[in-house]
Design a protein around this ligand. Structure first.
Ligand SMILES: [Zn+2]
Length: 150
């Protein structure tokens, strides 16, 4: 009896039994590795920061929450940009980080004209002044002023 068993297993059943449990063990690992891939790149980090509607800055094209970005509208009569501090003004609005760099980028690209559908590039002087007043109390420039202004 003892001599026959090893021979039979080795020829017929041994080969099949060895592979099947191996396949079952591999399959649960594969989905775990796939889900690990999905969570590692950027989208996972974004979802954690988005608390509300996300706006795109017309300057740097980066995104931010409504609270983080300034809303800018145009005065159609004068073709002048106006900062919509309360974010309640009617009409089209462009969103901009309260950052002079973003303003400069937006002006260079004429992004305001495109976003607000104006024929000519609107004057951004008021927005620049607004950013200056935001920056002055925080001379160090470490923290965006939006946190203090509610
Ligand atoms: Zn920006």
């Amino acid at each position: 009896m003892a001599h026959r068993h090893p021979l039979r297993r080795g020829r017929s059943a041994g080969g099949r039994c060895g592979r099947r449990p191996g396949d079952r063990r591999v399959t649960p690992r594969a989905p775990a590795a796939a889900s690990g891939r999905l969570t590692t790149p950027g989208p996972g980090a974004r979802s954690s920061t988005t608390t509300g509607p996300v706006r795109t800055c017309v300057g740097c094209r980066g995104t931010g929450s409504r609270q983080a970005l300034l809303r800018v509208v145009v005065d159609p009569g004068a073709n002048v940009l106006v900062v919509d501090v309360a974010r309640r003004m009617p009409g089209r609005g462009a969103w901009l980080h309260p950052d002079p760099h973003c303003l400069e980028l937006a002006v260079r690209r004429r992004a305001f004209g495109r976003a607000l559908r104006t024929a000519a590039a609107p004057d951004a002087g008021a927005v620049a002044r607004h950013l200056e007043t935001l920056a002055e109390p925080h001379a160090a420039g470490t923290v965006p002023a939006a946190a203090d202004r509610r």
